[in-house]
Structures are given as C-alpha cells and as structure tokens.
Write a protein that binds this ligand. Structure first.
Ligand SMILES: Nc1ncnc2c1ncn2[C@@H]1O[C@H](COP(=O)(O)OP(=O)(O)OP(=O)(O)O)[C@@H](O)[C@H]1O
Ligand SMILES: [Mg+2]
Length: 329
C-alpha cells in the first residue's frame, strides 16, 4: 500500500525524509543566516516495477528528493529503505554495494554527458567504477546500445554528433549500465521536442516492463506525468500535500493546491470546464521563510482561520489517496 500500512513488497520506502540547506552570507566568513528546508519530512513508497510521479512548482524540493534517494546528497533526517535495508546513513564500502542499484537520468543530456568522451566511454563509466573487466564492459555497452535503440556504429561517436533525443538515449543507457533496480528521471524529457518526448517516454516504459525497473519520475508537464505514473505525489514548499493513485489524483484531486495545479494545465478538451479553473494566484512564498500553519494558506482560495496557525497532516481521503488539508476534516 502506498500511503501507510504493513511492510509490503516495496522497493523503496521513505520515512520522514528531510534535507535542510544552510544559507550563508559573506564570501569569506560565510555566516549562516538561515535554513532552507528543501525537503521537510516526506514519506512514500515505490513498489517493484512501479512509477511514482513527483510534481509541484519550481523550488518545491523535487530534485532534492531525487538526489537524496540515490544518495547524491546526505539527508538531514529520516530513513530510506531499499528492499528492507536503511541506506540513508551508509557510506564507504557499505554504500558501494547498493550504489549500482540506484541511478539517475538528468534533464539536460548535453551538460551531463562529457563532450570529450566517446559514447562507449560514457556508457562504460559506471562499469569502470564498479570494477567490471574490460571485455565484459565492451559486451555490455553493445547490449545497452541495442536496448535503448542506438546502433553499434554509435560507439565511437561524441555527444555533439547526436540529436537531443539520441543524447537522452545515451544518458539512459549509462544509467542502466549497472543493471539498477531504481532510476530517478529528473525532468528527463522536459528539454525535448514534444514528438521526441513521446519516444523517450515510451522507451522508459518499455525498459520498465522488460527490466522490472522502479522510477521516481519528476516533471513539470502533468500530461507526461499522467502517462508515466502509477502513483503521483504533489509537493509544496518541501512537503507532500497530496499523494495517491494516479487515476484518483487526476480525476478527483482533494487538496486545493492539486486542484489549482491541474486546472492551470491548458488542455484543449477541457474548454467546457474553463469557468471552473482556479488559476494559481500570488507568488510562491520564500522557502527561507515559509508561512506558518498550512504553507499554502497564503494562496489558497478556501483557507480558513485554522489554516494560518495549524499545519495539516496527510490523512487518507479515499482508498489509495491522502491529502494534507483542514477542509477535509
Ligand atoms: N545545494 C543547495 N544549497 C542551498 N539550497 C539549495 C540547494 N539545492 C537546492 N536548494 C534549495 O532547495 C529548494 C528546493 O530545490 P529543488 O532543486 O529540489 O527544487 P525543484 O522542485 O527540483 O525545482 P525545479 O522544478 O526548478 O527543478 C530551493 O529553494 C533551492 O533553492
Ligand atoms: Mg528540479
């Protein structure tokens, strides 16, 4: 079960995960003048072969969640269970054993692929780190090129010789080199043309089916998230305000923020519902100084007095759906 309950067959289970960044001022003394609670106590689970979509406005903490899950950064608090083992505090050799299971696909393949390395070298890099013998590396690169729809002749080429979509295929091949079980796709298709986006989304879905991968899929484009995800989590200023089954979230969003996000998506077939749109108004508050109570109350069209003082916790709304809003009491 996604939201709460017994230890199910989840691949990833995150409990109360937090990442606070110190904010410093001054080039020399670097005085700490505050803290950004980029991620402030999030909990969720991702099952084997399943995808959790993560949405929310810029700066709400989506990438930070992704980077925490693959241990690119250390959490301030909370646990990350990978198949029953808490990996949130592991380092050195203990973490090395788990690292090959956790990979990351970045938004911009041009800046994440080394321009001076051939495709062969780029894809083999994680295998070199893992100490895989050279002959095995070569065979694996051949397999991976085939898996992501690139040709054997592409081995000796450089990133600039490829289109955006092909470059993202190289990034995906590199992420899959170590045979991971979990992949964070952080805006992995956002920089691509719409037609190319569809090809990469379909590739990711096929790879998921064939390899049994689990994904955290971060994206701004809600239609892409809808297409990719089994479950969806909505973040606002470092916290999850709604989470649940993708069909429920899109058909019957419970949190006013989710409703606003969904209604701000221009969908041609939704014109009849245009009057019902509650476009998000007002500025996103500073994450350095988030509002008291419910962080969304300053922009919420239905906020009541209680929302200004008391922070709502996530609670079940329906089977497979939970939201953090006092109006659901
Ligand atoms: N290394 C860091 N040091 C200080 N603050 C950081 C750091 N990384 C992220 N932040 C802050 O944490 C907050 C969340 O950032 P994050 O990149 O996770 O947001 P996001 O949801 O991925 O945004 P976007 O949609 O723009 O990619 C932001 O306020 C950001 O400025
Ligand atoms: Mg981001």
């Amino acid at each position: 079960m996604l939201i709460e309950g017994a230890a199910g067959p989840d691949l990833i289970r995150v409990d109360n995960l937090a990442k606070h960044f110190p904010v410093t001022r001054g080039a020399v003394l670097r005085r700490v003048v505050g803290t950004v609670k980029a991620v402030d106590g999030v909990s969720f689970a991702i099952g084997h072969g399943r995808t959790l979509g993560l949405v929310g406005e810029s700066g709400c903490g989506k990438s930070t969640v992704g980077r925490l899950l693959v241990r690119l950064i250390d959490p301030t608090a909370g646990s990350i269970m990978l198949d029953g083992t808490d990996i949130s505090r592991l380092d050195g050799e203990a973490m090395f054993q788990h690292r090959r299971n956790l990979q990351f696909v970045f938004q911009d393949p041009m800046s994440s692929l080394n321009p001076r390395m051939t495709v062969e070298k780029i894809i083999a890099e994680p295998l070199v780190v893992q100490g895989v013998p050279v002959a095995e590396q070569r065979a694996r690169v051949g397999e991976l090129l085939d898996l992501v729809g690139l040709a054997p002749a592409h081995r000796t080429r450089y990133p600039h010789e490829f289109s955006g979509g092909q470059r993202q295929r190289i990034g995906i091949a590199r992420a899959l080199a170590t045979n991971p079980r979990f992949v964070v796709c952080d805006e992995a298709v956002s920089a691509l043309d719409v037609s190319v986006q569809a090809q990469i989304v379909n590739l990711l879905k096929r790879l998921q089916r064939e390899l049994g991968l689990s994904y955290l899929f971060v994206a701004h484009d809600l239609s892409v998230v809808r297409h990719m995800s089994d479950d969806v989590a909505v973040m606002y200023l470092g916290r999850i305000v709604e989470i649940g089954d993708r069909r429920r979230i899109f058909a019957a969003p419970a949190h006013p923020y989710t409703k606003a996000l969904l209604s701000s998506v221009p969908a041609p077939r939704q014109s009849a519902r245009r009057e019902a749109r509650t476009l998000l108004s007002g500025e996103l508050p500073s994450p350095l100084n988030p509002p008291n109570g419910c962080a969304f109350h300053t922009r919420c069209p239905v906020a009541i007095a209680r929302c200004k003082v008391e922070r709502p916790e996530l609670r079940p709304v329906e089977t497979g759906q939970a939201a953090a809003c006092h109006l659901l009491d």
